[in-house]
Design a protein around this ligand. Structure first.
Ligand code: ZL4
Ligand code: CA
Ligand code: ZN
Length: 406
């Protein structure tokens, strides 16, 4: 009676465990579990769970995480909490990873780029281990559904943590669930295409597969010279000339689309469809992993693009039209009400449902979260409060597409 139907001719599976919402990076840290709670409220409120097979995620095992990550790092992550941090750091096995201390350090850095200081990108916090192994478990279960052909599209909004390295946390990411997923996929699929529309460069995934011609990585991200404060937009990599590790068989299997701030819907659509279309044509993937970081939306607390939820969703639709086995993951996204709207809309696109644009406020436990004078209660709300100056010239974007094409 809510009008939600299962998609015709294919299946979608949805992987989640509400216990990921128990994590707290810190009071003012931008990564908030609330965005996942709100997403769940909208997805369930609209009744989209009737359109999918839903699975409660279980924690990944340490052995599964070791398929990519350093064994010492995995053991540390499995045991660490604010209570155990100091004792673990003192153990000889982990002490050797602690960087030397400097007089004027603003944060106290421990091993593996982890820290208990509030200013850290990758803090050690209560419930951290549970959170990490759960979002990873959700991605691995989603991957299993795809590789065993039990589903056609698998979704995990709590995953997509693209910055984590083999033996080091980075940029709010500790376990690289994407790399673990692709490693699993390579046992079944000849070629995997990874597409990353988070506003940040998908450096961890690119690096992991820089020598692997069976994986093509393609990231769209904010990139530019040093700003007024002498910093580059995080992580500072992903130049257009970066196409994989030179002199190895992996060369030419990484693509990067560095974008100035303020890109609008029309320009993003042009870039995304031209480059992704060519990549699919040239690489002929057997499966696709799409990281849908919602910090590329206009009005994001950390992002600097101006794209709308509608265009963000059109990236998902474009990729879905290939009809290849598809893993859809979350990622960044720091203005919670926008993240929830985007990922709910994209869950609807994945299941071929069209949602009424006015969010029926009686469907969510916290309607005030979607009732905002500036935004109204529309799902695809067009106006944003803080837009960035558009620094993108059409001619430059066209030049970029030509350059990438060669
Ligand atoms: C915060 O308010 O650019 C961390 C991080 C903690 C709490 C209070 C401390 C105040 C913004 C960010 C001091 C904060 C100083 N708190 C943070 C070079 C930096 C070192 C850390 O979407 N300072 C590092 C990482 C990026 C840097 C982005 C995106 C992840 C993803 C996938 C990761 N790191 C400069 C910043 C705050 C904080 C406020 C913050 N950190 C913004 N951008 C970064 O791609 C999930
Ligand atoms: Ca990206
Ligand atoms: Zn991001």
């Amino acid at each position: 009676e809510n009008g939600i139907t299962r998609p015709k001719g294919y299946k979608v599976s949805f992987h989640y465990n509400s216990r990921v919402e128990d994590m707290h990076f810190g009071k003012t840290h931008p990564m908030k579990p609330w965005r996942l709670t709100l997403t769940k409220h909208l997805v369930l409120g609209y009744g989209l769970h009737y359109a999918m097979d839903t699975y409660e995620a279980v924690a990944a095992g340490k052995d599964q995480v070791r398929a990519f990550h350093d064994p010492d790092y995995v053991d540390f992550l499995a045991q660490v909490s604010p209570q155990t941090f100091a004792d673990l750091c003192a153990m000889p096995r982990f002490a050797k990873y602690c960087p030397p201390k400097h007089e004027n350090d603003t944060i106290d850095l421990g091993p593996f780029n982890l820290s208990t200081s509030a200013g850290a990108d990758c803090p050690v916090f209560d419930g951290m281990s549970t959170y990490l192994f759960l979002y990873t478990g959700a991605t691995l279960a989603a991957t299993h559904q795809l590789t065993t052909q039990q589903t056609d599209i698998a979704v995990n909004w709590s995953g997509g943590l693209h910055h984590a390295h083999r033996g080091e946390a980075s940029g709010f990411c500790y376990i690289n669930d994407i790399v673990l997923s692709i490693l699993d996929m390579l046992r079944y699929f000849p070629r995997v295409l990874y597409i990353d529309i988070d506003v940040h460069h998908g450096d961890g995934v690119e690096e992991a597969f820089q020598r692997q011609p069976r994986v093509m990585t393609l990231s769209y991200h904010r990139y530019g010279p040093y700003d007024e404060t002498g910093h580059k937009f995080f992580p500072g990599t992903g130049d257009i000339t970066d196409t994989g590790l030179k002199g190895t068989v992996g060369e030419h299997f990484a693509l990067n689309v560095p974008i100035p701030s303020g890109i609008d819907d029309r320009q993003y659509k042009f870039l995304f469809e031209a480059v992704t279309g060519r990549a699919i044509e040239a690489f002929n993937p057997s499966a696709i992993v799409l990281q849908c970081g919602a910090d590329s939306l206009g009005g994001d607390r950390l992002g600097q693009f101006n794209i709308n939820i509608k265009q963000h969703g059109e990236c998902v639709s474009f990729v879905k039209r290939t009809r290849l086995p598809l893993l859809i993951l979350g990622g960044g996204g720091y203005t919670a009400r926008n993240v929830a709207r985007a990922w709910c809309h994209e869950t609807a696109l994945a299941t071929d449902n069209v949602l009424p644009d006015a969010i029926p406020l009686d469907i969510v436990p916290r309607p005030e979260a979607f009732q905002n004078r500036a935004h109204g209660n529309g799902l695809l709300y067009p106006p944003f409060q803080r837009l960035h100056n558009n620094e993108c010239k059409d001619a430059d974007l066209e030049g970029m597409v030509k350059k990438i094409d060669t």
